[in-house]
Design a protein. Structure first.
Length: 414
């Protein structure tokens, strides 16, 4: 039987009852409690398919509740709700996912009945447990070449976009495209779980072309030409020069027709080649320096931008690196994220920025999570910032609305 049993944990009686009403009106079974102890008992006995958990409660916070649920191998689909900020909600959802819980979404308070209904009806029940049968242990996600190939065919590989902004003004210069696997059963899967597999199983070319296609489409739809989806004429001047950056594995660069493929893909979407940034890590650029130099030069000649990703983590010789025709250095986030607490990180970042300046390269700091980091980057003359403080990577529709709000607020001035 596939019926929804919803269990709600919230210390606010009015909110709890409202949720219960919404669910029962939609034909679900729903229970509500404000007591963690009672909640855990109901999880055991009633075996709910869905849970709504309030993050902030007097007796026990929601994160603790979720850690306990994970320990019990809870297979229910979880909605996290709270009045705390979006960042905290996001962090809680990530932490829960890392613990192996199944998260349907977050519900920032105050919320509308409709928002709750949408989350409940769009998220299928977790493992469908037949009462009486032995509890099946939760299936774990394993990527195989076969299911990744299938995911590529059935368009489960999607792209999230993270903005890059000028440190000084906050003006958006473009977005980095980051691959995600939207799995019908396991939800959103991050690239660390499938990029290495794509590389070892010969699927990296297909994956990169898919990311490229989606990213160019995204740029063309929202930010190029008349940028119709933004709906505001005055934004078009700011948007006309936005760029999109995609990550490149060395094996994708090798085929001889690669450069032509990129040129054609841009032309089809009326995107100028300078609007596409290819990000390569220093180790991949140095894998075969002679071949890389030729290929990278061809790309630069055609107008593409090249970015040296994760800079500072490799061991290549500085001399070899600076001879490659990069246009941007991306300072690795391990240094940026620790700026405020480590004088070593500050020294590393400062010297990379001045190296970039003296070579005429744009410097980008990724992993900007705090306002103090941004202040420091401004002081030392770093050009571009990217990180959770500005925005997390978001799906297409959400990044477009983030962009509109960011512009409406006058960048940093807002
Ligand atoms: P990357 O190229 O270094 O991408 C930046 C990573 O840092 C992203 O992780 C992003 O979500 C994360 N990040 C951004 N700002 C912050 C911050 O403020 N704090 C923290 N803690 N993290 C931040 P993500 O999306 O999980 O991607 C991981 C890696 O997977 C990427 O690292 C890239 O190497 C690889 N990847 C993603 N998409 C593709 C792709 O289409 N092709 C290839 N070849 N690799 C990809
Ligand atoms: Ca990157
Ligand atoms: Ca990076």
């Amino acid at each position: 039987m596939n019926e929804t049993r919803l269990l709600i944990l919230d210390d606010d009686v009015a909110v709890g009852q409202m949720m219960q009403d919404v669910a029962t009106t939609a034909g679900m079974m729903a229970r509500y409690t404000s007591e963690p102890a009672e909640f855990f008992e109901a999880v055991e006995r009633w075996d709910p398919t869905h849970l709504v958990i309030d993050l902030r409660m007097p007796q026990m916070d929601g994160v603790e509740v979720m850690v306990r649920l994970a320990e019990k191998g809870c297979a229910a689909t979880i909605i996290i709700s709270s009045g705390v900020g979006d960042r905290v909600l996001d962090a809680a959802a990530r932490s829960a996912q890392d613990h192996g819980l199944r998260i349907a979404g977050i519900l920032p308070k105050p919320f509308s009945p409709k928002a709750l209904r949408t989350l409940l009806t769009s998220s299928p029940a977790g493992a469908d447990l037949d009462p009486g049968s032995q509890k099946s242990s939760r299936a774990t996600f394993v990527a195989t070449p076969e299911n990744l190939a299938e995911a590529l065919r059935s368009e489960q590989i999607i792209v999230y976009y993270q903005p890059k902004v000028e440190c000084l003004t906050g003006r958006v210069t473009g977005f980095e495209a980051l691959a995600r696997w939207l799995h019908p059963e396991f939800g959103l899967i991050t690239p660390d779980k499938f990029i290495p597999l794509a590389e070892s199983s010969g699927l990296m070319g297909d994956l990169t072309y898919r990311v490229l296609d989606l990213s160019l489409g995204f740029l063309a739809r929202h930010f190029n030409g008349n940028a119709s989806s933004l709906g505001t004429k005055s934004l078009t001047s700011v948007t006309s020069r936005l760029k999109v950056a995609i990550n490149m594995s060395p094996q994708v660069l090798r085929p001889q027709d690669f450069v032509e493929h990129l040129v054609d893909a841009c032309a089809e979407r009326h995107i100028e080649t300078y609007q596409l940034i290819l990000e390569l890590t220093e180790s991949s650029a140095m894998e075969n320096p002679v071949e890389s130099l030729a290929m990278l030069t061809r790309l630069r000649v055609r107008g593409f931008h090249l970015s040296l990703d994760d800079f500072g983590t490799g061991y290549s010789s500085m001399l070899q690196l600076v001879q490659l025709p990069f246009s941007e250095i991306k300072i690795d986030k391990s240094f940026v994220m620790t700026l405020n607490h480590s004088s070593e990180s500050r020294s590393v970042v400062r010297s990379i920025v001045s190296l970039g300046q003296s070579l005429g390269l744009q410097t980008t700091a990724e992993g900007v999570e705090e306002i103090e980091t941004l202040e420091y980057l401004k002081q030392i003359g770093c050009d571009i910032a990217q990180g959770y403080k500005i925005s997390r990577p978001l799906p297409e529709a959400e990044i477009v609305s983030w962009f509109k709000t960011h512009c409406r607020n006058g960048y940093w001035k807002g």
